[in-house]
Write a protein that binds this ligand. Structure first.
Ligand SMILES: [Ca+2]
Length: 336
C-alpha cells in the first residue's frame, strides 16, 4: 500500500472494474499480488443531496462513490477498520482517506488477494502461521471490541496472523486459557515462542508449553511457575526437532491473578515433513461499478513480496482492467 496506483480517466460510463489479475512472470513462484484494499472511487462530478448513502452497492461520500470490496475478501490478516480506531487517517470507523480521497473499508473486509497458480508464500522456518495453513483455537475468547482506542483483540485468529499488534485475550474475569495451533502438515519443531502484552497483569504466571504429537497426544516441553520476567517480550522454548502436528500453550494463572491473559503471537519454528496445505487465492476478481459516470477512478492496491527490487528493475506482476460501458478496455499495470 505504499504507492497507490492512481489514474485519471476520461469521462465515460464505467460498467465494471476487473482487477487485478496476475501475469505469468519468470519468478512465478513469487507472483503474489496483495491488494490491501482494492479501492474503487468514482468521482460523481455533480453530486448533490445526501452524503454517505449506499446506492447500488457504492457508498456516496462527498463527490465520491466508494465500492465495497468486502464480498471479495479472502485474507483476514489486515483490517483497516480495526486500525482506524487509533488512526487519524479515518474519517469514520469504516471510511478512510488517503491524499484527500476517501475510501470505504467495512469491518471485516480484510485483504483481497489474487495470485498466480504457482505462487507460494515465502515461509522460511514458519510452520504455524495462518499463511502456512495453521489453525489457531482457544477455549475462551474475549468478544471483539468494536469501540475506539483499542487494538484488534480477542479472537484466537490473532494468535498466528503474523501481526504483533493484534492479540488473543481470554474473556473478562477468566485468568486461564488453553491455546493450540494445528499445522497444515506434520512438521519438525525446533522452537516454540509467544509474544506477551506490555500490561503486566495480563502476563501468564503459571503455564505449560508443549507439542501436539502426530497421534494427537500432548508432550509437555516445559512447565513454568512464577514467571516474573517483564512483559512486552517473547518467551522462547527449544523443541529439539520433534515431529508434531501442532503446539499448545496452557495458561493456569496470570501475574496478578485478576486480569485475563493476553498473547499477541504464538508460533512454532521448524520445517514441514510433508507438503503443507496453504491458502489459495483467485487468479482475478471482478468488481462491478454500478454504471456510474465519473471523471476519476482511484484504487489502492499493491504487489506482494518476493519480487526483484534492485534499482531499475521492474517486474510486471498483474494489471487492473477497466471495462467501459462502450466496450473499451483500459489496462493499468501493477509493477513491482
Ligand atoms: Ca497477532
Amino acid at each position: 500500500m505504499e504507492a497507490p496506483v492512481r489514474r485519471i480517466l476520461r469521462p465515460e460510463n464505467i460498467s465494471k472494474f476487473r482487477g487485478p489479475r496476475p501475469l505469468s512472470t519468470r519468478r512465478e513462484s513469487c507472483a503474489c499480488i496483495l491488494v490491501g484494499i482494492i479501492l474503487g472511487l468514482l468521482f460523481a462530478g455533480h453530486g448533490t443531496g445526501h452524503a454517505q448513502q449506499a446506492e447500488n452497492g457504492l457508498l456516496r461520500i462527498g463527490g465520491f462513490r466508494c465500492a465495497n470490496v468486502k464480498p471479495l475478501h479472502n485474507d483476514s490478516s489486515l483490517d483497516l477498520y480495526e486500525l482506524g480506531k487509533w488512526s487519524n487517517e479515518s474519517l469514520r470507523m469504516d471510511v478512510w482517506k488517503r491524499k484527500g480521497v476517501p475510501f470505504w473499508y467495512p469491518q471485516g473486509t480484510g485483504v483481497v488477494r489474487v495470485a498466480g497458480a504457482a505462487w507460494r508464500p515465502d515461509l522460511g522456518d514458519d510452520v504455524s502461521s495462518n499463511e502456512a495453513g495453521g489453525k489457531a483455537s482457544a477455549d475462551t475468547e474475549r468478544p471483539a471490541d468494536t469501540g475506539f482506542n483499542d487494538s484488534p483483540a480477542g479472537s484466537a485468529d490473532h494468535l498466528n496472523d503474523g501481526d504483533n499488534n493484534t492479540y488473543w485475550q481470554a474473556v473478562e474475569g477468566k485468568t486461564a486459557g488453553r491455546l493450540s495451533i494445528v499445522f497444515s502438515a506434520l512438521a519438525r519443531v525446533n522452537k516454540i515462542r509467544f509474544l506477551l502484552d506490555d500490561f503486566p497483569g495480563s502476563v501468564p504466571r503459571d503455564y505449560s508449553v508443549g507439542l501436539i504429537l502426530p497421534d494427537g497426544s500432548k508432550r509437555e516441553l516445559v512447565s513454568v511457575r512464577d514467571d516474573l520476567k517483564p512483559g512486552d517480550a517473547w518467551r522462547e522454548f527449544a523443541a529439539a526437532g520433534v515431529e508434531a502436528k501442532g503446539i499448545y500453550l496452557e495458561i493456569r494463572s496470570t501475574r496478578d491473578g485478576k486480569d485475563s491473559p493476553i498473547i499477541h503471537e504464538f508460533e512454532a519454528r521448524g520445517e514441514f515433513v510433508s507438503r503443507p496445505i496453504l491458502p489459495t487465492y483467485p487468479l482475478q476478481v471482478t468488481l462491478p461499478m454500478g454504471g456510474y459516470s465519473g471523471d476519476e477512478l482511484h484504487f489502492i492496491g499493491n504487489v506482494g513480496s518476493g519480487f526483484p527490487n534492485t534499482p531499475g528493475t521492474e517486474t510486471a506482476v498483474g494489471e487492473y482492467v477497466v471495462h467501459y460501458a462502450n466496450g473499451e478496455l483500459e489496462v493499468i499495470p501493477l509493477i513491482a
